[in-house]
Ligand binder design. Sequence first.
Ligand SMILES: C[S@@+](CC[C@H](N)C(=O)[O-])C[C@H]1O[C@@H](n2cnc3c(N)ncnc32)[C@H](O)[C@@H]1O
Length: 236
Amino acid sequence: MGSFYRDGGAPAIMRAAHFPDELLSYLQMEGLAALESATRHRCDSLVEHGCYDGRALEVARAAGLPYLGIDISPGAIAALAHRVGAEGLNGQARALVGDILHNGSWVTEVVGRRPLQLLPFNLLGNFAEPEKVLASIAAVGGVGVISVFNEQPWTHEVRRAYYTACGIERLDETAGEYGGVVFRGDGGFASQSFSEEGLLRLLGTVDATVLNRTGNRLGQCVTVRLGSRLDTDPED
Ligand SMILES: C[S@@+](CC[C@H](N)C(=O)[O-])C[C@H]1O[C@@H](n2cnc3c(N)ncnc32)[C@H](O)[C@@H]1O
């Protein structure tokens, strides 16, 4: 599923003008879930994977945490770095070109003993082998907040409208491996959703302990303790 974003698909899929109105409550839910998890689990930095324009920079700002945005798209990272400078946040926020699958390219930039790693906006669904994504972030550790679309029929409709508005042609729907639906389209685009059971099954493939779950009509956010970077926290 990797070629779409390497070939410049990010500005199409991440442009807010392409988002159906129904998506906004889902995005708001994931921001609030990240803020709540960062506070509850006393995270000391926020890493947003697939950050594009750095939506979760506002979460980090609200929580008073250093922010690292990582994206495979150099154009997105250049724009985010410009925004960080323009907002006077140099020193508190950074933007980095990196691939979530290859943590060697970004792990040394992660600060803190208890980073919150956010996988926003169904990023996990873009990978043919999502277990490799989870293994990569679990090896880095901290707290993970994973936000994905659910398997409900109305969510398929909103996703179809969204991907169509992004200009993705010849959309094809099939059943996914984790209880959801895979949309495939031109340019190598592919994105799958997840049922609750499917996401928990996927999380069972790595060193991750579920701490909290929340959801709304379109999606779910799961907070997990990842791997072994952390000191043990009795409140987790
Ligand atoms: C957050 S995902 C959005 C997925 C979309 N909402 C969907 O339903 O499939 C898209 C962002 O992730 C980034 N991205 C894609 N693959 C990546 C990778 N391997 N590592 C880091 N960022 C990646 C893209 O450049 C883009 O900015």
